[in-house]
Ligand binder design. Structure first.
Ligand SMILES: NC(=O)C1=CN([C@@H]2O[C@H](COP(=O)(O)OP(=O)(O)OC[C@H]3O[C@@H](n4cnc5c(N)ncnc54)[C@H](O)[C@@H]3O)[C@@H](O)[C@H]2O)C=CC1
Ligand SMILES: O=C(O)C1=N[C@H](C(=O)O)C[C@H](O)C1
Length: 232
């Protein structure tokens, strides 16, 4: 496949390596100062850029009939507009807050646990995410997806950074060294604690999942998720 990278930072470079190992060719590396973009050269685009750049990149690809995967976090205020554009143009689009296969299994585990905890009111839920100090957004996109998974299946209604009020899930964001991404969901009662945790050891898992998603998306029309890609 001919892949275009939108964002050639830490993730763009890791995706380049994984894509080449899987026999793909990188035909464009679009970054902040790129002027000319030849959309006709691409089978698929993979965007890992920045919160204020992602929606523009996604829209550009959809307008130019290029299937697009985005892993950029912190741009979801424009998510509904991206979906509407994709449907209008009969494009192909996948967004995931986390492309790692392990985290996508963790999302399912989180939903299953939340369903079981729904009526156990003695437990209070909270979340913690730890990332490297260069991360721009907080809480992480993954923590937001986890919070939405709990909200969908319990009486919690919102999430909140740090302290939460009643019906709010408190999320603590820590920025430590070069941590690739650690997420913990905690149910605490007076007598015990249940916690589930996912720890990324490096960025390879995110890149691998993004390339798998790109391979899956080519030739399809519509808006999809990693659940569709992995058949979860
Ligand atoms: N969904 C997932 O699995 C994962 C998501 N991420 C997210 O991906 C994004 C990128 O992460 P990193 O590569 O670690 O960041 P990074 O800061 O290393 O790289 C971002 C790159 O985007 C470039 N950029 C800025 N404006 C641009 C524009 N208009 N068009 C194209 N490129 C532009 C920057 O110059 C930089 O090279 C972040 O939002 C991060 O949260 C990161 C890892 C996994
Ligand atoms: O910025 C990162 O690095 C990561 N961002 C994603 C997020 O916000 O959840 C995914 C992963 O945890 C790494």
């Amino acid at each position: 496949m001919k892949i275009a990278l939108f964002g050639y930072g830490k993730m763009g470079k890791m995706i380049e390596q994984v894509a080449q190992q899987r026999g793909h060719t990188i035909v464009a590396k679009v970054d902040v100062d790129t002027i000319d973009i030849d959309f006709s050269s691409m089978d698929v685009a993979i965007d890992f850029s920045m919160p204020d750049a992602a929606f523009g990149n996604i829209s550009n690809c959809i307008e130019n009939n290029v299937p697009i995967i985005s892993g950029t976090t912190g741009w979801l205020q424009n998510y509904d507009k991206a979906i509407a554009l994709c449907n209008e143009k009969r494009g192909a689009f996948i967004y995931a807050s986390n492309f790692s296969l392990g985290v996508n299994v963790f999302f399912e585990l989180n939903s299953y646990l939340a369903k079981m905890m729904k009526n156990l009111e003695q437990y209070e839920v909270s979340m913690e995410e730890i990332h490297h100090t260069q991360k721009l957004d907080a809480p992480s996109g993954t923590a937001i997806t986890l919070a939405k998974g709990v909200i969908e299946h319990t009486n919690y209604e919102h999430w909140k950074l740090d302290e939460g009020k009643e019906k709010e899930i408190p999320i603590t964001s820590k920025r430590i060294g070069v941590t690739p991404g650690t997420h913990t969901v905690v149910y605490n009662s007076k007598v015990d604690t249940i916690d589930i945790k996912h720890t990324a050891h490096n960025r390879e898992g995110f890149a691998h999942g993004a390339v798998i998603a790109a391979e899956w998306l080519v030739g399809k029309t519509g808006v999809f998720s990693m659940k569709d890609v992995l058949g979860l």
